[in-house]
Write a protein that binds this ligand. Sequence first.
Ligand code: S5P
Length: 300
Amino acid sequence: MFLRKSPSQTRLADDQADQELQLSLTQLAENYPNAAMKQVLAIAAEKKSVIVLSADVETADQLLELIEKVGKTICVLKLHVDTIKNFNQNTLTRVLDLAKELNFVIMHDSKFSDIGSTVMKQYLNANYETAKWAPLVTAQAISGPGVLTGLLAGAKAAGKENMNGAILLAQMSSEGALTDDIYAAKAIDMAEKNMAIVAALVTQTIHSKYLLSFTPGVGGLAQAAKGDGLGQKYRTARDVISGGSHFLIIGRGIMLAENPAKEAEAYRNEAWSVLREEQHVAALKTRIELFKPKQVAAPH
Ligand code: S5P
């Protein structure tokens, strides 16, 4: 006979699945090779959130207002400070205070793509000296591993060696992106060979055995059906996490909602309820094992 679970049994099973996922994220944080991602994973476990808010607003006031509403629900805030008209040093100071107060890590979406020497200078000097205040930055793989060598050199020069990390784009979300499967495989290989600086990947459908994945192009069913009219493609939170990604990068799906705080919570709960499914927790556990220091056999 088929027995239905009572509401209290369901609640108990959900609580157990929550705890299991929280424990896996915490253990992965302990073993993950990059310091900035360790912090992201610890916050994800604590807040039960794998949501990255892409705060693509146009004024400093809008930015601070959005962070005040949504900051408590996210594990990472992704910024392009150069898309905000009146962003200044005071805005940055306030954003950094909010990151501490509301407990999230900052990712600057620089999409570095030049030769290493230029990237190093951009990382050190552009956008209020990015290397000093953004633990995570994004980079394109198109110019080859020099981009990562440049970022590593920049992190060292800024006194942030072993602290900052690069998020390498292996696949893009936009219509007609040139990041086909062959490109993605090469980018992932490049990332895995440069884990002194690479913290994670931006991917869509192809993932690394080691590095965690962040995925943009996430929206509700209406966004998924229509796109944004400018080439962005969307999938639902459920599709993305079911496909093996770990963190959702969401901009307009939250920003433009009538109630951004409520919408962010809805995305957080949806993503979390998929990630705590057995097969995804098992995949996280496999990564924990891969990163654990190998036991060296004692000499006889
Ligand atoms: O492939 C990509 C990589 C990135 S980082 N596709 C993207 O859309 N992004 C960024 O994610 C993009 O720059 C934007 O800041 C965010 C998506 O915003 P949304 O409003 O479409 O959710």
